[in-house]
Write a protein that binds this ligand. Sequence first.
Ligand SMILES: *[C@@H]1O[C@H](CO)[C@@H](O)[C@H](O)[C@H]1NC(C)=O
Ligand SMILES: *[C@@H]1O[C@H](CO)[C@@H](O)[C@H](O)[C@H]1NC(C)=O
Ligand SMILES: *[C@@H]1O[C@H](CO)[C@@H](O)[C@H](O)[C@H]1NC(C)=O
Ligand SMILES: *[C@@H]1O[C@H](CO)[C@@H](O)[C@H](O)[C@H]1NC(C)=O
Length: 559
Amino acid sequence: MSWPTVRNVQQLILLTIQLVSSFVPRPTARSRLQWTTRASASCRLLSSTEGPNRDGLPTPIHHYIDHYNKKSFTNDAETVLGRVDGFMRLLEQQEAWPLLHESKIRDRIHNQHTRDCEAASLNLAPESPVLRDQQCSTRYEWIFSGTKSYPLAAQSLEPILNTTAISTIREAAEAHWKNPAFCISRFTYQRPGNYEAHVTDLGERVRSIVNETLTTRIYPLIRDVFWNDPTCSLAPVDQLCVYDALYIRYNSTQAKLLDHIGAGQPLHRDLGLISINIRLNNDFEGGGTFFENQLLDRKESDLEPGITPLKPLERGHVLLHKSSERHAGASTVDGVRDILVFFVSGVSCETGSGSGSTVPMPIQSAIAKQSRGYCDDFYSNNPLRAIFCRIAHQRYAVRVALSDGEAWQYLGTAFMEYDTYLAVMKASAWLRGAVLQTATRCLQLATRLTPCDSRVWNNLALTLNRQWKLKSDASLLNTTEMAFATAHQLLKMSREKCDVEGELDNVNVNYGLFLSNQDRFMEAGCILEGTALKKIIDQDCGKAIEDAYELWKFCRQQQ
Ligand SMILES: *[C@@H]1O[C@H](CO)[C@@H](O)[C@H](O)[C@H]1NC(C)=O
Ligand SMILES: *[C@@H]1O[C@H](CO)[C@@H](O)[C@H](O)[C@H]1NC(C)=O
Ligand SMILES: *[C@@H]1O[C@H](CO)[C@@H](O)[C@H](O)[C@H]1NC(C)=O
Ligand SMILES: *[C@@H]1O[C@H](CO)[C@@H](O)[C@H](O)[C@H]1NC(C)=O
């Protein structure tokens, strides 16, 4: 049996585009150049028109986070989980598979977390049980977002590192980077202009400063902000520990040499409980942490005065947020910005939901979500079982963290992959409809929890569009369009602050294809143009740009 390996939904849609545009000759470098100099006048005209329906496209509704409406959410969530479990039972019976026991998933998570935390605690001090209840002397304040005042992050109102300590740490980092033996980096988001070093590699003096700061300042402050302050109270954790600590340098000069507007980091979540960053210098422009939830309750017309990425107030000050808060390193556009980052994890005695694990729930969820590699390897000869392995992991992530929007999103996309499989196997429209309906319900729950995550809206649109193809219900077209428009607008608002170009290109291609399939070639052209006329500087993103270009040209020919 040959089954195409669709790594993500994006690829599937791009396959479709190849079919659409196969009769348009591929552009040569020269023809491409000519197009770039001619942005179409009609688009400029449309987008300069003010009013709710500029571009003739729907104005998406912005939601607030549904933590505020817990009861209604929990009821809806239970209903959807009932459907998910129904599918899992059905598959187990039909295919006569043994259950993928939750205990197996839990044990794997537990082992991974214990390994990570033990490795880190060898070098950096974990929270001391003796000092745990000491008074915290560091003053701080919360920073809120959206009309419902969502608590986004906290910042200290005084330094937690003095200037002597900062100089020692910076000198150690300089020395470290000068030593060619330490070139190898484990940093996940390696970007042009970014350097990093593990704090544990910066020598005995730095480790001792960091140990002292953790014990006397950082752990007590984290306790106060996230556990003792009524603004945000997380589930109890018995002992905090650092599972990774990095010195990060954003060098704007170097990023610019490589054609980037500045040195930053794309949107991501951290794999921990709490993330903190300490400011080490002032002589730079731009930079800071951009949070996706800074977009809460904003419309594109609110662009002025714009969103300011968050930075610790002064040298030695600290910014703290939950690791699950999706964020990006905003571009440092002038000078060099140095920060110290700590990913703080913990151990819990709580055995809530009968899990029997000492790993805090948000961390269990975060590890369970990263199941793709494991499932694909383990079931490499059986794509359906690999998909069900992923469904089981995402189901687990949702169970331990019911209000984690990303877990709901990934559960939804796992069901989309199940549908992709069913489509290839020519399964009945009835079964596919039920699977897509489940995917949609998961993604809709995700939009209530993470309303500013553009990926959720893009995936929701793709699912609804597949449902429409099975069953031409006109109301599906409306909701699909609304979802694409929301994804598009969120990314347009984010791009001022951080690099979301790859995500925006993918959404533009999907959205443009959707519009052109309804013969709305002019609107499709306007959406595609932003991507189609880009210069390809990064081969990974090149494919979306080329597809956008082909489709854009096709749309222009139809007008
Ligand atoms: C820092 O703390 C860790 C864990 O308690 C300890 O093993 C290490 O020796 C300490 N390092 C220094 C330099 O104090
Ligand atoms: C600066 O901080 C370090 C590390 O916390 C501490 O050992 C030192 O005494 C402090 N120096 C001053 C002048 O406060
Ligand atoms: C930043 O990068 C530029 C260009 O590579 C380099 O010349 C400069 O020394 C770097 N600055 C720092 C402080 O690392
Ligand atoms: C779709 O939306 C348009 C305008 O927003 C509305 O006029 C139309 O009735 C909607 N169609 C359906 C089927 O809901």
